[in-house]
Every structure is written in C-alpha cells, then in structure tokens.
Design a protein around this ligand. Structure first.
Ligand code: EPU
Length: 417
C-alpha cells in the first residue's frame, strides 16, 4: 500500500493546472448508457473512481476507449443491465447507472452500496423517485432490482432532501421517460448542471437547470455527442486552501472561480488575498490565517467536500473556529488524525471546535476517506518535520497526481510503496 512522505514548511509557489471534475465525470460516463451512439467525453480525470466507472460500463457491454483524458463510450448493445457488488463496494457512485439502465433497457440490477466512512449514505431517495417514474423495485440479496418493461413514465418527483447523485440519477432516467417529469427540491450543484448540459447535447429536453425545479420532457431516444467536463472545484479548492495555509503565492489555471464563491468568501475573511480571472485564481497570504466559522450546505453553500481541508487550515489559524457539518453524519474522521499532529479539535456531534495552535508537528497518520486524506496532506505541508500518510489509495480515488502537482509548486512530498 502506498504512503506519502511529506516534509512540512515549504510555501507553495507557482502554478497548478486543475483537471476535470470527478463528480461531473462520473454521471457523464453513466449518461453514455442512455444512447446506442458514441459519446466522446473530454477532460476526464484519470483517477481510480473513474476507472471503476469505466469497468462498470464495460461490464454492461459498452465499449470504452481512453486516450489521455478523452474517453469514448459506445453502449450499442447492453448485455447485462447490472452493477455487481465487487465494483459497487469500491465506489458508491455506481448507483448512478441505475436510472440510465432502467430507462434504456427497462430493467436494472444494481448492488446496494453499503455504508462508508462518512456515513450510512442510503439510496432510498433514488429508489423512491424511480418508483414514481413507474419502475417496480425489489430489494433482494443485496441488490436493487428495477423493472419497467413498458418504459418509464414522467411523474412529479419531490425529493425529501437534496441529493446530488439522486437528482442526477432521476434526471437521466427522465430523459427517456414518456411525458413530462417535474423534479422538485433538486440539487443545484455545478456537476448537476454539467450533466444536464451533456444530456441536452444528446437531445434531451430539460429546463430549469441550476434551480431547484427541473422540468424534463421525455424523448424516445438520445444520440451521441462530444462534451468537455467542467473543472474540478474541489481539487481547485483544496489547492487554494493549501496555497493560503503555506503562506504561498499560487495560481490555479484551468479552473472555474464562479463555482468557488462560498470558499473564496471564507478564505478572504480568514486573511488570504484572492484574485480571480476568467479561468484562474491566484491566492497569496503573507501571514497566519485568522479563524473563521463554516457550516457545510448544499450548493451554493460551503461544500462538504472542502470541510476537512478547511479544518486543516484552521488548526494553525489564530483564534477559534467552529466547523458545522450538516450534509453527512460522520465526516470528522480527519479530526483525530489531525490531533495526532498536534491540532486542538473538540468534536461535539455535528460540530468541531478548532483552536489554532502555533504549529503542527509531523506524525504518522492514516487516511480514512478521500477528502479526509487531502486534509492530512495539507496539514503535513505546514507541520514541522516529517509526516507519513498511510492508505493514500483513498486520495487516489479522486485526486489526479496530487503529489506531482504539489511538488511542482515546491512541496516536499513523495510517494513510497
Ligand atoms: N441521502 C439519503 N438518501 C439518499 C441519498 C442521499 O438519505 O437516497 C442523504 C445522504 O446520506 C447525505 C445527504 O442525503 O446525508 C446528501 O447526500 P447526496 O446524495 O447529495 O450525496 P451523494 O450524491 O452520494 C455527492 C458527491 C459527494 C458529495 C455529496 C454532497 C458524487 C459522486 N459524490 O454524493 O462527493 O460529498 O454529493 O455534496 O457526486 C467526494 O467527492 O468526496 C464525495 C463524497
């Protein structure tokens, strides 16, 4: 198992190029199942979750060819409308194939994802929305079996709570349903908007994208297209925080600053100087950050996927910061690991109280999930001495060559097997 060995204390200086968004690429790949024709996706990050999704598409009978960050998918004949446990257990986003498979083939069998480090993460909202569209669903032997032999039918779906992949799953299913589907309390994340942009290019009729009410007029078939995925706002946000906490001068290229408004506002409040261009962000910080409070929310609020990294920054900030997590019930796994590096964090239910310390110290720590691992990398960049982070396969699920990108900006980080 790979580890990262990091020597802290080096400011990040220079430029980093941001890749395509993992959480946009995953539903985009699943959407390729909706048509017999070839779909070409560009700027697909080469991370582990994407490879898992590609395997899943191939398992169903689609052909997938990868050239650099371009992926061609042709799902002409779908032999198996199924997502087996072995693939689903490593990536919960596999449930994204449920909607497309049942819409295209009239049936789907998708292994139920178990819980994961950040919470129980059920898929009940995906299931009940598909039932509204007329799918008959049975839960058996750990699988969700959905059947709609005479096709899905448009319906009025009101999500009990906002769900990103749930909205995406139903949006995809609704494109091929008969008649109109109205989705209320829909997620407004840029990744949902990007998926809708792709579906519209494929011939789908969708209105209200980016609002919490999405209207879809079903069509009888979709066609092939080309689409470039949006930049990864979480990768960009992670490096933005890293640039500020190391008191560096870092420019992120190829990103979408408009997707990072909530983070940028908090970073400025904490004392960072941030200038954004059309596709770039420059962050500088000449002194210690000041503590500020954050509460995670659905988009356009502060992203839960940046909470751990922001907490890493607060560990050395001046003052006390309150971090409130409202999206997932157990997303503070990084707190005890940060504490091993000298951080002063008290977790009380959904809130973590972080009192800044003068300096973290290097230690041996363990990555527990994707974003928690990123927070440990950031903490290691400012800690005194050496930090060894174990189980970095978690970080490889969602960050493309993170060690190479950081090293290019001056970080002393290496991967050891
Ligand atoms: N929820 C339910 N029932 C459902 C679906 C969700 O109770 O059927 C709950 C969840 O347990 C959670 C909340 O609703 O408490 C919101 O979850 P959501 O469904 O929005 O999360 P997700 O779609 O499973 C996506 C991202 C996550 C990101 C969340 C929140 C992808 C592939 N994953 O997950 O990304 O944290 O939205 O923004 O898009 C990551 O990249 O590290 C990551 C975890």
């Amino acid at each position: 198992m790979d580890k990262f060995v990091i020597q802290g204390g080096q400011p990040l200086v220079g430029e980093i190029l941001i890749g395509g968004a993992k959480n946009s690429a995953l539903p985009a790949l699943a959407a390729c199942l909706l048509t017999k024709e070839q779909v070409t996706l560009q700027r697909i990050p080469r991370v582990r979750d994407i490879r898992t999704m590609e395997k899943l598409l191939m398992y169903t009978g689609a052909t997938v060819s990868v050239t650099g960050t371009q992926v061609n998918v042709r799902a002409e004949n779908l032999e198996k409308a199924e997502a087996p446990y072995d693939l689903v257990k490593t990536m919960r986003a596999s449930s994204l194939v449920l909607g497309p498979l049942v819409a295209r083939t009239g049936r789907a069998r998708v292994s139920m994802p178990g819980g994961c480090a950040i919470g129980a993460r059920p898929v009940n909202l995906h299931v009940s929305a598909l039932e509204k569209l007329g799918a008959e669903i049975r839960l058996e032997e750990g699988y969700i079996s959905a059947e709609a032999p005479s096709g899905l039918k448009g319906a009025h779906v009101v999500f009990d709570r906002i769900t990103v992949t749930g909205t995406e799953d139903i949006l995809m299913a609704a494109t091929l349903a008969q008649g109109e589907t109205l989705i209320e309390n829909a997620a407004r994340e840029p990744e949902v908007q990007d998926l809708a942009a792709l579906l519209i290019k494929m011939g789908a009729r969708i209105e209200g994208v980016g609002t919490s009410t999405i209207r879809v007029q079903g069509v009888s078939e979709l066609h092939g297209t080309r689409h470039a995925i949006i930049p990864d706002r979480i990768e960009a946000g992670t490096f933005l925080i890293a640039g500020a906490m190391t008191q560096g001068e870092l420019t992120l290229q190829g990103c979408a600053p408009e997707h990072l408004d909530a983070l940028i506002a908090k970073m400025r409040q904490a004392g960072a100087t941030i200038e954004s261009g059309p596709q770039s962000i420059r962050v500088t910080a000449s002194g210690k950050m000041r503590s500020v409070d954050i509460t995670t929310e659905e988009y356009p609020g502060f992203a839960t996927d940046l909470q751990a990294q922001f907490m890493a920054m607060l560990t050395e900030a001046a003052g006390i910061g309150f971090v409130t997590e409202t999206i997932f019930e157990n997303r503070f796994m990084h707190a005890p690991e940060l504490a091993r590096m000298g951080a002063n964090i008290r977790v009380e239910g959904r809130q973590a109280i972080v009192a800044g310390v003068p300096r973290l110290t290097g230690a041996q720590v363990i990555a527990s999930d994707l974003r928690a691992s990123a927070s440990l990398v950031l903490a290691a960049l400012v800690a005194k001495g050496e930090t060894i982070i174990d189980r970095v396969y978690h970080i490889d699920r969602g960050y493309e060559k993170i060690e190479a990108k950081l090293a290019q900006a001056g970080a002393r980080i290496r991967r050891v097997s």
